[in-house]
Design a protein. Structure first.
Length: 216
């Protein structure tokens, strides 16, 4: 009985098959290892979302919510997705921003991440500068008529002397004579009266002596 010879593959064929298998495995693994989600948030917005190196032959989706409320409705993309400046709703305390990416080539490549967006610091409102005030117009000078000058002061003594009636006959009063000469006009009369009194007294004294001598 004749035995058929065994087929022995050549070493080169084995090496080529091995290399082909390795390359095929690498190609299959390349898209999975290349999924790259990047995103970031600030106090007021989702600043950027960059999803790159995804499998473009399948359907991938992305959704963003803020505290359970939709910020970015579900969108379908292929090999990559980009967006930026998604404004967050007003908030006075930190809010939770959730990114969900579902990869069409396997759940293991999907992303479900949450980041906290703090409340923005409130800057006190600036007080508007008051408009420069225009200079207050100076009051219009009023032309006042000069006050009437006071009547000249009349010396009281002069007015009294003018008001006092002069004695009859045009004679000056004794007070006026005294003021002018320093002596009254009745001085000679008084002196004459005194002389008469002295003479009368002397005559009486002489008469008394004569009477006394006659008695003796």
């Amino acid at each position: 009985m004749t035995k058929s010879p065994r087929f022995r593959p050549r070493p080169g064929v084995l090496i080529a098959a091995a290399a082909t298998s390795i390359i095929g495995l690498g190609l299959c693994a390349a898209p999975a290892s290349a999924h790259t989600p990047k995103w970031d948030v600030s106090c007021s917005e989702v600043t950027s979302v960059d999803l790159t190196a995804y499998n473009g032959r399948v359907e991938n989706t992305v959704t963003i919510t803020v505290d359970g409320k939709t910020l970015l409705p579900t969108e379908t993309f292929g090999s990559e997705f980009h967006t930026e400046h998604l404004t967050l709703p007003p908030h006075t305390s930190a809010v939770q921003v959730n990114l969900v990416v579902k990869a069409g080539d396997g759940e293991q490549y999907s992303v479900n991440e949450t980041k906290s967006a703090p409340a923005c610091e409130v800057t006190p409102p600036q007080t508007p500068e008051s408009p420069s005030q225009s200079p207050t117009p100076s009051a219009t000078p009023t032309t006042e008529s000069p006050a009437p000058s006071e009547s000249p002061t009349v010396d009281a003594s002069a007015s009294e002397s003018e008001a006092a009636p002069s004695p009859a006959g045009g004679e000056s009063s004794p007070a006026a004579d005294l003021a002018e000469t320093g002596a009254s006009s009745s001085t000679p009369l008084l002196a004459g009266g005194a002389a008469v009194a002295l003479l009368a007294g002397g005559g009486l004294l002489f008469a008394n002596r004569k009477r006394r001598a006659a008695r003796h």
